[in-house]
Each structure stands twice: as structure tokens, then as C-alpha cells.
Design a protein around this ligand. Structure first.
Ligand code: ZN
Length: 90
């Protein structure tokens, strides 16, 4: 039998326990539509692209992901779930 633990208080939870709540959170950068002028398109951006590629090749993948998208999942017991709903951001 698969056992879980509440990610907040550590209480033991069963896989099919009706007192186990799953919290899924997505965090991603808000952005509007990309707008390019004809001048933007006509400019030579090869130097900027090379710099960006070099920067990304040495960057920590977790840091890059943190700046773009992160998917989080938590198991909570009933009491911790109740507290989460009252104040989701702690
Ligand atoms: Zn708990």
C-alpha cells in the first residue's frame, strides 16, 4: 500500500484516504502578446542570440525554469488543507 505524508505537518496519509488532499500549483511568467516592428525584424540580432545561447549554456536549469514555469504538487491532511484554503499563500 502506498503511503503519503502531509507536506505541511508530516501526518501519515493513505493513497485512497479521503482525508488526503492534493494541491497543484502552476507558477509562470505573465506576458502579453509579442509586438515587433519592421525595424526590429530587420536588425541583425545574431550577436544578441549568441550571447543569450552562451548565457543559457552555463545557467542553472532550475534557475531558468523558475523564471518561466514551475509546476508544484503537494499532499495535505484535512486540517492542513483547511488552513491552506483560508490562507493559500501562507
Ligand atoms: Zn498536515
Amino acid at each position: 500500500m502506498i503511503r503519503f505524508a502531509c507536506d505541511k505537518c508530516g501526518a501519515s496519509l493513505g493513497a485512497n484516504d479521503s482525508g488526503r488532499f492534493i494541491i497543484k500549483i502552476e507558477a509562470y511568467a505573465a506576458s502579453g502578446p509579442l509586438v515587433f516592428s519592421s525595424e526590429d525584424i530587420e536588425q541583425d540580432r545574431s550577436h544578441e542570440l549568441s550571447s543569450l545561447i552562451e548565457e543559457l549554456s552555463t545557467a542553472n536549469p532550475d534557475d531558468i525554469e523558475d523564471q518561466t514555469y514551475r509546476n508544484l504538487r503537494f499532499d495535505l491532511c484535512g486540517p492542513c488543507h483547511k488552513k491552506f484554503l483560508i490562507q493559500p499563500l501562507g
